[in-house]
Design a protein around this ligand. Structure first.
Ligand SMILES: Cc1cc2nc3c(=O)[nH]c(=O)nc-3n(C[C@H](O)[C@H](O)[C@H](O)COP(=O)(O)O)c2cc1C
Length: 197
């Protein structure tokens, strides 16, 4: 089977979302059979057809006022002409967001990316990680410490350096990238089994 192509598409004004995107990418790249790419949302706005080259996506945006950033929304809107032909139907989609507050209305950001993916007929993959603090791992070191399953969440102080995440969020990003990549391989294997019985 040819390597499956996964794109991590993100916007980051001050580097935090970009930092998490890089760790998700590394997690995905650790899976044999996956080729993962890091793409900036703003670079795709004038050429959304580039999405057709990929089998799956991880979408990432900072949370701005409880939603995606304007730059990420511009990217989403630029895919309108692909929606008309349902050209992205059946591709894998997943998402993450970064914000400065523990809650910060991050869920709305994930929901906005979920609805975007559903309108395109994509297949959603969440963040299937149990919060490790429940099994005794210290909170700041725990995978999925923020308890988000619809997508991945991370938190960093607004004016803190872009790499100032607690170890738990970095670990979550890596695991999330690996899980999404493995889900993409399972999806591709199922499709191939259907076409070649
Ligand atoms: C216009 C604006 C709106 C924001 N709204 C929220 C918010 O609703 N909730 C929150 O927790 N943080 C909010 N933040 C903080 C950012 O989500 C946070 O700093 C994030 O890490 C920025 O990502 P970046 O460094 O990749 O640009 C906001 C920041 C800006 C600039």
């Amino acid at each position: 089977m040819k390597n499956k192509q996964l794109a991590v598409i993100y916007h980051s004004a001050h580097g935090h979302t970009g930092h998490i995107a890089a760790h998700i990418l590394a997690g995905a790249q650790s899976v044999p059979g996956i080729t993962a790419h890091l793409l900036k949302a703003e670079d795709l706005t004038s050429s959304p057809e580039r999405l057709l080259e990929y089998d799956g996506f991880v979408f990432g945006s900072p949370t701005y006022l409880g939603g995606v950033s304007g730059t990420f929304k511009t990217f989403m809107d630029a895919t309108g002409r692909l929606w008309k032909s349902h050209a992205l139907k059946g591709k894998l989609a997943s998402a993450f967001t970064v914000s400065s507050l523990p809650a910060g209305d991050k869920q709305s950001t994930l929901l906005s990316m979920f609805v975007f993916a559903m309108q395109h007929g994509m297949v959603w993959v969440g963040n299937a990680i149990l919060p490790e603090q429940h099994s005794g791992v210290p909170y700041e070191e725990a995978a999925n410490r923020l308890g988000s399953w619809s997508g991945m969440m991370a938190q960093a102080g607004h004016s803190a350096p872009a790499d100032s995440f607690v170890p738990g969020d970095i670990k979550t990003a890596r695991m999330f990238g690996t899980n999404v990549a493995e889900a993409l391989l399972r999806m591709a294997a199922d499709v191939e089994a259907e076409v070649t019985p």
